[in-house]
Write a protein that binds this ligand. Structure first.
Ligand code: PMP
Length: 327
């Protein structure tokens, strides 16, 4: 039930009606930035919960600054657009929202300044992106992650994803499930589209934001869960390649990938090659939280059908219940 739709040129339209020109700057030069947002369907609540909606638009606003671009409205307005679009689709299943801000001029000449920006979002059904049940086999990529001195990884730039595509395809062609990027310094960076965490001697470690990672929103959620539920403070620091080989546990995370545990890297088993206890705990809490099953994480969620979006783009579960009761 439901249909794939887009917010395009200021209105919600069927996806077939959302077309851009082959001459557009963003298509030809990759000049733009995007977001990937998940919404989870909770059958029992009869509700679709958008995860970290305002947070994604906040990141987009920061990225647009790097690219001399301007979003059409503020975080509240963007959140409202996303909720209205999601509601218009009528989906009662997990979906994915893809907002894109790009240069739409139909001209030849590569630059960022003096060009018009266009913004759209599409909403489509979404299943798993990588296998989250079985352990993933990672292979270190021969491609290095883009560097802040060339193409900033934190900016989620359309054109930068050729770097991720090279990494992913090489990994799959070599028989792995996912690629592991080293940055230009040769330190562990992230997966092709996921951040990375390792557990060593009971300490949760992840590369820092100055290691050329995308500043992941799932990464922040995991840091929050680890501290709150397990009393584990995450250490953000530089990680060597061989440190992951000898880690007790390893997992990758992202909006698409969610939390996927890693069984081996470069043919070396991680720990005993099985799902580790810290990863399992964090993963299980994360899944319950994103599906709206844990009230203490309802501040992460924006309900699509049951309530109006709050001004900061979030709505609490208490509001959902109150609104539902009043209607
Ligand atoms: N790194 C890269 C390169 C990504 O594309 C993604 C997916 N957006 C992530 C990390 C994870 O980021 P997030 O948790 O915000 O989805």
């Amino acid at each position: 039930m439901g249909k794939t739709m887009a917010y395009f040129r200021g209105e919600n339209v069927p996806i077939e009606a959302a077309k851009i020109s082959i001459m557009s700057h963003g298509f030809n030069y990759g000049t733009g930035c995007f977001e990937g947002i998940r919404a989870y369907w909770n059958e029992e609540h009869g509700e679709l919960y958008i995860l970290h909606l305002a947070e994604h638009f906040r990141r987009m606003a920061k990225n647009s600054k790097i690219l001399f671009m301007e979003l059409p409205t503020d975080i509240e307005g963007l959140s409202r657009i996303a909720v209205d679009l999601s509601r218009a689709t009528g989906f009662q299943q997990d979906i994915y929202l893809r907002p894109t801000l790009y240069k739409e001029d139909e001209i030849i000449g590569v630059r960022l300044h003096g060009l018009k920006d266009a913004f759209h979002i599409y909403a489509a059904p979404m299943g798993t992106y990588v296998d989250i049940q079985k352990g993933l086999r990672l292979g270190t990529s021969s491609w290095r992650r883009v560097d802040d001195t060339t193409v900033p990884a934190r900016a989620k730039i359309i054109g930068a994803y050729i770097n991720s595509a090279l990494c992913k395809t090489e990994a799959v062609m070599n028989g792995f499930d996912e690629g592991l990027f080293l940055n230009q310094d040769g330190h562990v960076c992230e997966g092709s589209a996921e951040n990375l965490f390792m557990v060593r001697d009971g300490v949760l470690v992840t590369p820092g934001v100055a290691d050329n990672i995308l500043e992941g929103i799932t990464r922040s959620s995991i840091i929050e869960i680890a501290e709150r539920e397990l009393g584990l403070k995450t250490v953000a620091r530089t990680i060597d390649r061989t440190e992951v080989y000898i880690a007790d546990e390893l997992f990758i995370c992202g909006t698409g990938a969610q939390i996927a545990w890693v069984s081996s890297v470069d043919h070396r088993d991680i720990g005993n090659g099985k799902l580790g206890p810290i990863t399992e705990k964090i993963r299980d809490i994360y899944y319950r939280a994103v599906h709206g099953e844990l009230p203490r994480y309802h501040h992460w969620l924006t309900p699509v059908y049951g309530t109006q979006v709050k001004t900061d783009g979030t709505a609490t579960f208490a509001q959902v219940v109150k609104q539902a009761a009043a209607s």
